[in-house]
Design a protein around this ligand. Structure first.
Ligand code: HEM
Length: 400
């Protein structure tokens, strides 16, 4: 009854399992088979954890946990084992191991990914200080930060993404129940992206400012991709348990949409340095045309303004600093002042956060044109170990 179909995703191989999700009752005879969207499946086991190089999913939940007082390395290891079992089952479209809530019944895995990380505070709580990577040193303060500490950092972090809202919620609820008495939720955020298939052909995603966002992301086909995004298996200053892992920087960035939307399209384009319609650099061409940083207009002014976001954030302006941006948009309703509580759950991945996020954010913090229209409201930095091999749980190399 199980049909496997391989679809080449934007950045990796996704396997689809259709014809009745294993673990739930088989679909009744004559039932409509799952569409490819429901059947699409990412793999739990592998060199890297899922949820890093896969294409953006339509729904996302970010959740951080703190270990319960008195919970030790032993409880943490048991929790990561439970979470890994859940991730493996749910990503295959199976029911949870215990007391499944039926919320995802009838749907396939819908490209579900579940990704686990450790925050700085995890290591002192579990007596593992010697294993704490130097890259987990707290991020520096930036002058424009307006961070809510209660919604920042945490001992453990879980990123959930799926192309179906019920599948994503089901995973979130199961992960939370698995925590039991070992850990409690510290903060939780909900995000979304455009649903795959909504555009006539695959396109770079748009954010809530209406810009194409992700154009210049490093691509897995580039020769330096792995070096930029993943900790090497050997020869780095990172502890051995981080081999093939990555560091995730999470920023909840509020967009001041009432102010932004008052700008003309031309003014908005000057803020970023790219056209809204197709993401092309203001210096000309299409989305993938190289930006001409020197080009001037008839009056001698730079065509891509000196403070344009996409000029300042470029690796060649930051000693090569690069990161893989894999965000979700968010909308949490209307704030007390009547403005939309909406923006970007900015998640970026890199082998070294000091060389990636920190270098670029220091530069943007000096005042890129976008800074006027955004506000960083929460922050997290997490060490995301490599993927689990068959029979292993995520983080086993740290916790055993
Ligand atoms: C590029 C939007 C925050 C780093 C871009 C682009 C847009 C954009 C529209 C041009 C298209 C592209 O290449 O993706 C935003 C918005 C933000 C935000 C709306 C906040 C709400 C940040 C932050 C960082 C960052 C916090 C890192 C500290 C980058 C980088 C590029 C970029 C590295 C690519 C530059 C290049 O290589 O050409 N961003 N961005 N962005 N952004 Fe942001």
């Amino acid at each position: 009854r199980r049909r496997l179909l391989a679809t080449a995703g934007a950045t990796g191989l996704v396997l689809g399992a259709a014809g009745g999700a294993v673990g739930y009752a088989a679909a009744p005879a004559g039932a409509t088979p799952l569409t490819s969207l429901g059947a699409d499946r990412a793999m739990f086991h592998g060199k890297h954890q899922p949820g890093i190089t896969e294409g953006l999913q339509a729904r996302g939940h970010l959740v951080a946990f703190d270990l319960a007082a008195g919970a030790s390395r032993k409880e943490a290891a048991a929790l990561l084992r439970r979470w890994s079992t859940t991730a493996q089952r749910l990503m295959a479209g199976e029911a949870a191991a215990q007391d499944d809530t039926d919320v995802a019944r009838d749907a396939g895995p819908s490209s579900l990914t579940i990704t686990f990380g450790f925050g700085n505070s995890f290591f002192s709580r579990t007596g593992l200080e010697k294993q704490r990577p130097a890259s987990l040193d707290p991020l520096p303060d930036f002058s424009s930060d307006q961070l809510d500490k209660a919604r920042s950092n945490g001992d453990l972090w879980v990123q959930i993404g799926a192309d179906d809202a019920l599948v994503a919620f089901h995973a979130l609820r199961t992960i939370q129940k698995d925590a039991g008495s070992a850990a409690k939720v510290r903060w939780q955020m909900n995000g979304f992206n455009r649903t795959p298939g909504a555009t006539a052909h695959p396109m770079t995603a748009r954010n809530l400012m209406g810009q194409l966002d992700g154009t210049r992301n490093p691509k897995p086909t580039e020769s330096d991709f792995d070096k930029r995004i993943f900790v090497p298996a050997s020869g780095s200053a990172d502890p051995a348990w981080m081999a093939n892992g990555s560091y995730a920087v999470v920023r909840r960035i509020r967009m001041l949409l009432d102010d932004w939307e008052k700008l003309s399209t031309g003014a908005q384009e000057n803020v970023v340095g790219r056209r809204k319609s197709n993401g092309a650099p203001l210096s000309g061409g299409g989305e993938t045309t190289a930006m001409d940083l020197e080009k001037t207009d008839a009056k001698g002014a730079l065509v891509v303004p000196i403070n344009a976001h996409a000029r300042i954030a470029r690796p060649d302006q930051n000693g090569g600093a690069a990161m893989l941006r894999r965000p979700f948009s968010y909308h949490d309703g209307i704030a007390a002042d009547g403005t939309p509580d909406a923006g970007l759950l900015f998640v970026c991945w890199q082998a070294d956060p000091l060389r990636g996020f920190v270098t670029v954010q220091r530069k943007l913090d000096r005042g890129d044109a976008l800074s006027t229209y955004i506000r960083h409201e929460a922050s997290g930095l997490f060490a995301v170990p490599g993927g689990a091999a068959e029979g292993e749980y995520v983080g086993q190399r740290l916790l055993e």
